[in-house]
Design a protein around this ligand. Structure first.
Ligand code: TTP
Ligand code: MG
Length: 393
């Protein structure tokens, strides 16, 4: 039976929290991000402000030029965090399979629970109503058999939307949409794809896999799968995976360097593959060696920035391996490589210039919050660096 997955995203989140608190702001162009005479960018714009072309990431000065009558608010992160917690608590009442993606966005696997409400559609309406009644906020909900389609559906339904894509309709739903609507396709990928004459998700879905791989490396296959409405990622409660590792025991204890490194490469690729499958990046790489006498050592290295690249994992592993091997002559019985300190790739939550500090603290405190933008980057050497918007992922 098809899964029933919801993607729920609050509309104009920061602004809506301000409007819920101060009804005078309702129905007006409102911007959270700071005073227009300050440096910094728009964090959130009300839909009324968007009608003037304002959007997140736009310099405040530009926003002011386009819409001088907008109300500019500094914003208060602790307030948004509290609202976020209440939002997530409501969602958790509907299903235990909850995966927060960012402050205002989550996946909910409701498979089997929807019958309590009559249907998924009615369940989504009940969720929206509770969010409205208790928080005064509007949520947009996408329902589909997989994450990527649910995500596209909720975005498409905004604001105050509810859009269900029936099982079996995933491809036909995605087909006519412009490629930029597909999670994973950011500005750079969009440019490349348009250069190849690909404008719609449907056109992307029928591209040869090999062509996509040659342009985007490993991400090419993910793009292709998403374009075809294929996405088997689970709705994973946060903290489900704290680390990922693979190890192998040799048939015969060995000191053979090419064999050790080749094994390490294979294991690194498997670890990297799982990282990408989970849409995570790792900050920490750990090598494990068990020697013939069964003594086991682990050696760890912290990367300067998170990575999901096979090559980075492998390179780090080899360095640790060479160091370890230089310290003795014992043969190796088992080799393993693991990654930990997993983070979500992505968006700069510290766009609010004035409260960058608080935002950074928030990022650290809620390390499970997925950053919205930025499926990064597999550098295979021969392909380009892909650093793109990869929302939920
Ligand atoms: P979004 O869900 O991307 O935006 P939104 O909720 O304001 O509007 P939409 O109706 O399109 O969902 O982000 C949620 C909050 O995260 C947003 O209100 C403010 C914050 N944010 C930033 O601080 N910087 C950014 O660049 C973006 C995109 C969001
Ligand atoms: Mg939102």
């Amino acid at each position: 039976m098809a899964r029933q997955i919801m993607h729920i995203d609050l509309d104009a989140f920061f602004v809506s929290v301000e409007q819920a608190e101060n009804p005078e702001l309702k129905g007006k162009p409102v911007v959270v991000g700071g005073r227009p005479d300050r440096r910094g960018v728009v964090a959130s714009a009300s839909y009324e402000a968007r009608a003037f072309g304002l959007h997140a990431g736009m310099p405040l000065a530009t926003a002011y030029r386009l819409c001088p009558q907008a109300i500019f608010i500094e914003g208060s992160f602790p307030k948004y965090r509290r609202a976020s917690q209440r939002f997530m608590t409501i969602l958790a009442d509907f299903s235990p399979f909850l995966e927060p993606v960012s402050l205002d966005e989550a996946y909910l696997d409701v498979t089997g629970f929807e019958s309590i409400y009559g249907s998924s559609h009615q369940m989504a309406a009940a969720i929206k109503k509770r969010i409205k009644d208790e928080l005064g906020l509007c949520a947009s909900v996408g329902i589909a058999s997989c994450k990527v389609v649910a995500k596209v559906a909720s975005e498409l339904s905004k604001p105050d939307g509810l859009l269900e894509v029936a099982a079996g309709e995933e491809r036909s739903f995605l087909t006519p949409l412009p490629i930029a609507k597909l999670p994973g396709v950011g500005k750079k990928a969009e440019r490349i794809l348009k250069g190849l004459g690909i404008n719609t998700i449907g056109e992307l879905s029928i591209m040869p896999l090999a062509t996509l791989k040659s342009h985007f490396g490993v991400s090419g296959e993910i793009l292709w799968r998403y374009a075809n409405g294929i996405d088997d990622r689970k709705v994973a409660p946060p903290g489900a995976a704290k680390s990922i590792s693979r190890e192998t025991t040799f048939g015969k204890d060995t000191r053979d360097h090419p064999l050790l490194t080749a094994t390490l490469r294979y294991l690194s690729e498997r670890v990297g593959g799982e990282l990408r499958q989970r849409g995570k990046q790792a900050r920490c790489v750990t090598l494990k060696l068990r020697y013939a006498d069964f003594t086991t050592i682990t050696r760890r290295h912290t990367l300067r920035q998170g990575s999901d690249s096979d090559q980075t994992i492998f390179d780090t592993g080899v360095e640790l391996l060479n160091k370890a091997l230089s310290q003795g002559k014992r043969k190796v019985r088992l080799i393993g490589i693991g990654v930990s300190n997993l983070t979500e790739p992505g968006r700069q939550l510290d766009m609010l210039d004035s409260s960058a500090q608080r935002l950074r603290q928030l990022n650290e405190a809620i390390d499970r919050i997925r950053k919205k933008y930025g499926f990064t980057a597999i550098q295979t050497g021969r392909t380009l660096l892909l650093k793109e918007i990869f929302p939920t992922t």
